[in-house]
Design a protein around this ligand. Structure first.
Ligand code: HEM
Length: 488
C-alpha cells in the first residue's frame, strides 16, 4: 500500500528493471532495507526498515519534527495522537498525494479518494465485504489454496522419494495464491479475464514503484518513451477487459440473471440500489475499485501468510497447538471447511494478530494537515506531513509491555482490544473511517490457508533462511522464506 511518501533517501528503493515478469524473483533482491540481517529469533525490524526514526526517537522522544527537503514532517509515535488523526471525519487530515504513476495505475479508487467521493465509494463497496458475504467465499478460498498451495506442496514432498521432505520458498507461492483468490472472488465466472487484468495491473505496479525513485519531470508522462508506451498499453488492456466484464454483468442483470455473487457483482448490485435507482458510481469509478482490490488485497495478504509461516516454523510448540485446535474445530484433512468453524479458531487468530503486530505489511502511514490543527496539545501548522510509524508503535514498551519485541501470542488471549495498555494498539489494518475494508477478507483467507497447511504438513524454517525483513512498499523477507515441509 502506498502510505509512505516522505522517506529519507537512505532507506532506498529498488531501482532495477527486471520487474516486468510478475511473480518471479521480484522479492529476492528487493533491497529496500538497510543494515545487517537479523538473528531469526529477533523481531525488532525497526533496525532494518526504520533505523533513522528509531535513532531519532531515542534522542527526541515519540513525537518530533524533521524535514524532507522543504517539507516539515511530524513523526507521530504517540497512540493518543494517532487515534485523534485516524478517527477524524472532518477532512482535517488527508492522505498524501501518491504521485502520477500510482494515480495512473489506480485512479480514484477507495485508497486515494477523499471527502464526498470517498464516502460515496465506501457506501457502494462496503456490502461486498460484509461477514455473511465473506463466509460464502470460504469455499473459493479453500479451492484456490488446495490447488495452488496444498497440491503443489504435496507433489514436491512426494517427489522427494527418500527423504520425504521438500524445501519450498513459500513467499512466492502465497503471492500466487492471493492472486488466484482475488481473481476468483472479485470476478467469479469471469475469472480468466480477471487474471489478465491482474497481470496488467501487476506490471503497472512494478513500473510505478520503479519510477518512485526517479525525479519527476512534469509532462514526461505524456512523452511516448518506451516505458510510457508500455504503460499506456497495459492501462488500455486493464480498462478494456474490465469494461467488457462489467458490460457482460449489466447485460445479464437486464435479463434478470442477477449481477453475480462475487465482489464485482455485489458492488454492481449496491451501485444500482442508489436513491431512485440512480447509479451511485460511474463505469470508470467501478473500474478503479476493481483495480484497487487487486492492489490492496494481494501482496498484503500474501505477506501475512508468509510471516505467519515464519513464526510458526520457528515456534514448533505453537505450530502443534494450532494444529490440535484446527483438528478439533475443523476436522481432518479431507473435511470441507465452513466459515463458522473458522470463527472458532481462537489460537490461529491470536497468532495472526501477533504476526500483524510484529510483521504487519504497512510500516508507516502518511497523512497531511489541511489546516492548522491541535493534536492532543501539539500545534501542527497547515501543510505539515504526518508520519505514523506503525512499526515503532507496535513495539512501544509502555503500551505493549516489556516483551514488546518478543513473539508472545498470549497477549491476545482476551481479544485484540485487551492486548495492550491502549484499546486500539494493533494498527495493522489502521483504524477509524479509513481503516482497511478488506480486513475480514484477509483474515478469513489467511485462516483458511493455514488450516489446510496445518492439517497436511509439519514444517520448519530452512537452515539457509536469512532473516532480512525489507520494506518494499509492504514488509517482506528480502530473500524469500524457504521452508522444509513434511507430510503428516
Ligand atoms: C493482511 C492484509 C491487509 C493489510 C495488512 C491491510 C492494511 C491496510 C491498511 C493499513 C489500510 C489503511 C490505509 C490508509 O489509511 O492509508 C488499508 C486500506 C484499505 N484496504 Fe487493506 N489490508 C489488507 C488486506 C486487504 C484486502 C484483502 C483488501 C481487498 C480485497 C483490502 C482493501 C483495502 C482498501 C480498499 C483500503 C482503503 C479503504 C478506505 O480508505 O476506505 N485490504 N488496508
Amino acid at each position: 500500500l502506498v502510505h509512505l511518501v516522505w522517506r529519507p533517501a537512505s532507506t532506498g528503493r529498488r531501482t532495477g528493471s527486471s520487474w516486468a515478469t510478475p511473480y518471479r524473483g521480484d522479492r529476492r533482491d528487493a533491497a529496500a532495507a538497510s543494515g545487517e540481517s537479523l538473528d531469526r529469533g529477533s523481531h525488532d525490524t525497526t533496525t532494518r526498515v526504520m533505523p533513522y526514526v528509531r535513532a531519532w526517537t531515542s534522542l527526541y522522544g515519540k513525537v518530533f519534527l524533521w524535514w524532507s527537503g522543504p517539507r516539515p514532517v511530524l513523526n507521530v509515535g504517540d497512540y493518543d495522537m494517532v487515534k485523534r488523526i485516524l478517527s477524524d471525519k472532518s477532512g482535517l487530515y488527508v492522505k498524501p498525494d501518491p504521485g502520477p504513476s500510482i494515480m495512473a495505475m489506480l485512479g480514484n479508487g477507495l485508497i486515494f479518494s477523499e471527502g464526498d467521493v470517498w464516502a460515496r465509494h465506501r457506501r457502494v463497496v462496503h456490502p461486498a465485504f460484509a461477514m455473511d458475504k465473506l463466509k460464502m467465499m470460504t469455499g473459493t478460498f479453500e479451492a484456490s489454496a488446495r490447488e495452488v498451495i496444498i497440491g503443489a506442496w504435496e507433489a514436491r514432498v512426494e517427489a522427494a522419494a527418500t527423504t520425504k521432505e521438500a524445501t519450498v520458498e513459500v513467499g512466492e507461492q502465497f503471492t500466487e495464491l492471493t492472486a488466484d483468490v482475488i481473481s476468483h472472488t472479485a470476478f467469479g465466472s469471469s475469472y480468466r479475464q480477471g487474471k489478465e487484468v491482474f497481470m496488467a495491473q501487476r506490471e503497472l505496479q512494478f513500473m510505478a514503484m520503479a519510477s518512485m525513485n526517479k525525479v519527476h519531470v512534469p509532462g514526461l508522462e505524456y512523452v511516448p518513451t518506451k516505458n510510457n508506451v508500455r504503460r499506456w498499453q497495459l492501462q488500455r488492456k486493464a480498462r478494456g477487459t474490465l469494461m467488457a466484464i462489467i458490460e457482460e454483468r449489466l447485460a445479464a442483470a437486464k435479463e434478470a440473471k442477477g449481477y453475480g455473487t462475487d465482489l464485482l457483482g455485489l458492488m454492481l448490485e449496491a451501485n444500482n440500489a442508489g436513491d431512485g435507482g440512480q447509479r451511485v458510481m460511474s463505469m470508470d469509478e467501478i473500474i478503479d475499485e476493481c483495480k484497487t482490490f487487486f492492489f490492496a488485497g494481494h501482496d498484503t495478504t500474501a505477506h501475512l501468510l508468509t510471516w505467519a509461516m515464519f513464526l510458526l516454523g520457528t515456534h514448533p510448540e505453537w505450530q502443534q497447538r494450532l494444529r490440535e485446535e484446527v483438528l478439533r474445530e475443523c476436522g481432518g484433512a479431507g473435511t470441507p471447511l465452513h466459515g463458522d468453524a473458522l470463527n472458532k479458531l481462537k489460537l490461529v487468530t491470536m497468532v495472526l494478530y501477533e504476526t500483524l503486530r510484529l510483521y504487519g505489511a504497512v510500516n508507516v502511514m502518511g497523512r497531511q494537515a489541511t489546516a492548522d490543527a491541535d493534536i492532543c496539545g501539539v500545534k501542527v501548522p497547515k501543510g505539515t506531513a504526518l508520519s505514523i510509524p506503525f512499526v515503532m508503535l507496535h513495539r512501544d514498551v509502555e503500551v505493549w509491555g516489556p516483551d514488546a519485541n518478543e513473539f508472545n501470542t498470549l497477549r491476545f488471549q482476551d481479544g485484540v482490544g485487551s492486548a495492550a495498555a491502549h484499546p486500539n494498539a494493533l494498527l495493522a489494518f489502521s483504524l477509524g473511517p479509513r481503516s482497511c475494508i478488506g480486513q475480514g477478507f484477509a483474515m478469513l483467507e489467511a485462516k483458511t490457508t493455514l488450516v489446510l497447511i496445518l492439517r497436511r504438513f509439519e514444517f520448519e524454517v530452512a537452515p539457509e533462511y536469512v532473516h532480512a525483513p525489507a520494506d518494499f512498499l509492504t514488509l517482506q523477507p528480502q530473500h524469500g522464506l524457504p521452508v522444509v515441509l513434511k507430510l503428516l
